[in-house]
Design a protein around this ligand. Structure first.
Ligand SMILES: NC(=O)c1ccc[n+]([C@@H]2O[C@H](COP(=O)([O-])OP(=O)(O)OC[C@H]3O[C@@H](n4cnc5c(N)ncnc54)[C@H](O)[C@@H]3O)[C@@H](O)[C@H]2O)c1
Length: 366
């Protein structure tokens, strides 16, 4: 759903909005002593407790923060559901300047709010929340996951996410080209951060022809030197003669302006919410015969990682094995989309809603 659409929905009033998007609970957290202003959104807990990171951002308005947390928490529900995890979807946003406001008291106060939900919401790191911040949050609540290995956690989830994206890309290649080899395919990776960097390693190993872009020129130069890949301009990436476009930086890069420029046959990347409008742009891709690997499915490796940590007895090999299922799920969704003449995004959401509806019945019958 496009942000503008969401804002329109919100004119229906907060309860109208929650009902349209399907949220269960939204908690506004305020503490004058520390200046904390946070919103915790619990979208759906049919499959399990709502898990999702805490993002700190200098939102320009409270409306913007609310829109973000509602959109992100809904996405988490789908990510958990499609990955077969017993988790619901939630997210938290903290409004303010992450460089100046995060004191120990501020973060521990936030931890207390998380704790007051008694495990219905489980938090983790997200944008502008560092491991050291989460250590303070964890002093007030045990409902935190995604902790560093030194604290008994699973460590950096990015290599797992990258592996899932790579397998989702291969599954989509199988659907489009009849075999899943990426050898010789021209693949453009937008954003070579934690995930993009590991994705490039998989692609180079498979002899793909890799192009990269990033806003950090030094990072680009480093990866070019290390892997012999080719750098392209930040905007030029959309016009590249390529087989696969892998958005691994920002959301909403698949939109009215870019779809008409993209010459690829596949879009498969790590970024969340790649389609600016999940309905309109999902179908624009169908019309242009571009296969789209749903982002919330193929980037779920990180969630699988923190879920395993949350269950206890973390084991990286088991995490990787669970992440490997992304390949089959992706192929099934692409085939379902073809059979039912749906966009792949809609086909994936349909499967999520089916699982949630069925599990709701199982819960009632307990
Ligand atoms: N890290 C994970 O496990 C994980 C899991 C699921 C989803 N994601 C999503 O995947 C994406 C990448 O995650 P990450 O952890 O690698 O983040 P990151 O911040 O480490 O990397 C993002 C990279 O994108 C670059 N970038 C920003 N704007 C750009 C632009 N306009 N053009 C080109 N490059 C640009 C940044 O400089 C940075 O190098 C994010 O959207 C994130 O939300 C990450």
């Amino acid at each position: 759903m496009e942000i503008k659409e969401l804002e329109k929905v919100q004119h229906a009033g907060i309860f109208g909005t929650l009902s349209q998007l399907g949220h269960e609970q939204v908690v506004f957290c305020q503490d004058s002593a520390t200046g904390l202003k946070a919103i915790i959104a619990i979208h759906n807990t049919v499959l399990g407790p709502a898990l999702g990171g805490t993002r700190m951002w200098n939102y320009t308005s409270e409306q913007e923060a609310l829109t973000d947390v509602l959109r992100l928490s809904r996405g988490m529900t789908f990510k958990a559901a499609i990955s077969g995890l017993n988790l619901g979807g939630g997210k938290a946003v903290i409004i303010g300047d992450a460089n100046t406001m995060k004191t120990e008291a501020f973060l521990r106060r936030f931890g207390k709010f998380v704790n007051s939900l008694n495990g219905k919401y489980i938090t983790a790191e997200d944008v502008n929340m560092k491991t050291t911040d989460m250590e303070f949050v964890a002093m007030e609540t045990k409902h935190v996951t995604g902790l560093p290995e030194s604290m008994g956690g699973g460590g950096d989830p990015s290599p797992v996410t990258a592996y899932g994206v790579y397998l989702g890309m291969k599954a989509t290649a199988k659907k489009v080209y009849g075999n899943d080899s990426l050898s010789g395919k021209k693949i453009a990776v937008q954003g070579i951060g934690q995930v993009g960097m590991h994705l490039v390693e998989h692609l180079v190993k498979e002899n793909a022809t890799v192009y990269i872009t990033d806003i950090h020129e030094a990072k680009v130069a480093d990866i070019v030197r290390k892997h012999g890949v080719t750098a392209v301009g930040q905007d030029a990436i959309y016009d590249l003669d390529m087989d696969i476009y892998a958005p691994c930086a920002l959301g909403a890069t698949v939109n009215d302006d870019t779809i008409v420029r993209l010459k690829c046959s596949i879009i498969a990347g790590a970024a969340n919410n790649q389609l600016k409008d999940e309905v309109k742009h999902g179908y624009m891709l169908v019309d242009r015969s571009i296969a789209y690997a749903p982002d919330f499915l193929i980037n779920a490796g990180g969630l699988i990682n923190v879920y395993n940590e949350y269950l206890g007895h973390y084991n990286r090999q088991r995490v990787m094995e669970q992440t490997e299922k992304i390949y089959d799920t992706c192929l099934n969704i692409l085939n379902l989309a073809t059979r039912e003449k749906l966009s792949s995004q809609e086909a994936a959401i349909k499967l999520c809603e089916k699982r949630i509806a069925e599990m709701a019945l199982v819960k009632v019958s307990r």
